[in-house]
Ligand binder design. Sequence first.
Ligand SMILES: O=P(O)(O)OC[C@H]1O[C@H](O)[C@H](O)[C@@H](O)[C@@H]1O
Length: 546
Amino acid sequence: MGCRSELSSWKALEQSATKLKQQHLKTLFAQDQARFAKFSSQIPGVLYDYSKQLIDEEVFSQLISLAEQTDIATWRSKMFSGEKINFTEQRAVLHVALRNRSNSPVMVEGEDVMPLVNAELAKMKAFTEKVRGGQWLGYTKKSVKDVVAIGVGGSNLGPQMVTEALKNYADDTLNVHYVSNVDGVQLAGVLNNLNPETTMFVISSKTFTTSETMTNARSAVKWFLRHAQSQEAIAKHFVAVSTNLEKTREFGIADENVFTMWDWVGGRFSLWSAIGLPIALYVGFERFLEVLEGAFEVDEHFKHASFDKNIPLIMAMLSVWNTSFLGYTAQAILPYDQALHMLPAYLQQGEMESNGKHVTFAGETVPYTTVPLIWGMTGINGQHAFYQYLHQGNTIVPADFIASLKPQVEVGQHHDILLSNFFAQTEAMMAGVDEQQVRADLAAKGKSEQEIEQLLAHKIHQGNRPTTSILLDVVDAKAIGRLIALYEHKIFCQGILLQICSFDQWGVELGKGLASAIEAELTKEGVSNPHDSSTAGLIAYYKNNR
Ligand SMILES: O=P(O)(O)OC[C@H]1O[C@H](O)[C@H](O)[C@@H](O)[C@@H]1O
């Protein structure tokens, strides 16, 4: 298997990039009235408009050729049929099985995993209904009021992001609090306000070895036992989600209180599994199922839509075009919907942990930039913070703008104001403001010729900044499921187009081990290991002055 850059489609795209860099989006729009119709695609509940990306029909067809030449369709079937496409860890990649609402068999090593998936869903349903219904009683026979979800990375970001997105659909049955940071301040801040008699802890860790999560979990047990004073009470207040039964037992959680997942569910793709338990506890199991249903709709679209209408594939092709060909090495995620305020953080892990890598399937260094730096925040807040850079900085950052037709809560005219910003920003980033217009605007304001000359260069906006607009109907359970699944399949396609192994994370594994050696040095009697002078100096300063 040769390197992607040897493919004829890759070479054609390189040539096109040289041409397109001379083009202006404004001209492309002026030349073709049908541009929006040509470069947009729809599925129920989602309009995806990529007409403000710096492409033309030739580039689009070259990108489709790249998708064909890289065998996207074959890889897609391999994923859905449980082949071990995570080959550095010898695992299947089957988060799609977790939301397979058709229930058709999904085979892993000759075994249909759907009965396992359904059994776990049934266990989640029974547990959720018992806790939410007030029948699950704590050690003083009181029902649960607060859930503390302890986990980090994929065992935190997905559930917390969805919980935040669906806040407006929750009743006041339960509060859910998330603790991910090993900075004890976060745990203390949450526990300070809680009553142990009515608190349930969900310890989520695929491996049940992640140091931050285990530290928080142990501190939570200590806090709990200080009040409950009885080891047996733990069974009524601690449940776990993990693949590692040995470790959950060792920790003291009874098997019946452990929700399981499987090694074919990657951490960053795990919110559809029992890792999503805090979501179900918060908004109810039926709504959690709707999240799965929304994702399942997208799985079907991804499997069956032709390449030229296949939204996740187009998202991936555009990312590769922008990053590897046009040289734009960052991408902003800008939700114009408060419900999606955690989406940028979630997608940072999704995309960068998956594809932030530099070797091909065969382990050779790739000669192109792989994925961009993903960053962002809610669009309106961003407008008053970093949009200056987006409009006039001397690097170009393509952006995904995401909004909804309807707000979760109608408040006066707020939504029209919000959406007028959403439309205006992408228009401005595309068209810019040229010299003629700046001159006319300043003259209309009564500025003198001299003042105009002084201001001119500062007020010109070059535009030509690529954006994509995604319009959802309203952010509800199905919509959030759809949106996440679109990005997940985008990440999958990106990996194939770039020939990157998307499903391992050796860089993070390295980080997991690094701190533990230093941890021992930090005790009073800890012996210092050899370090560079900076690290040694910092550790010494910490030990001597804390
Ligand atoms: O669920 P855990 O085993 O505790 O792992 C939590 C997280 O650990 C690391 O950061 C991995 O890179 C993530 O993918 C994973 O989600």
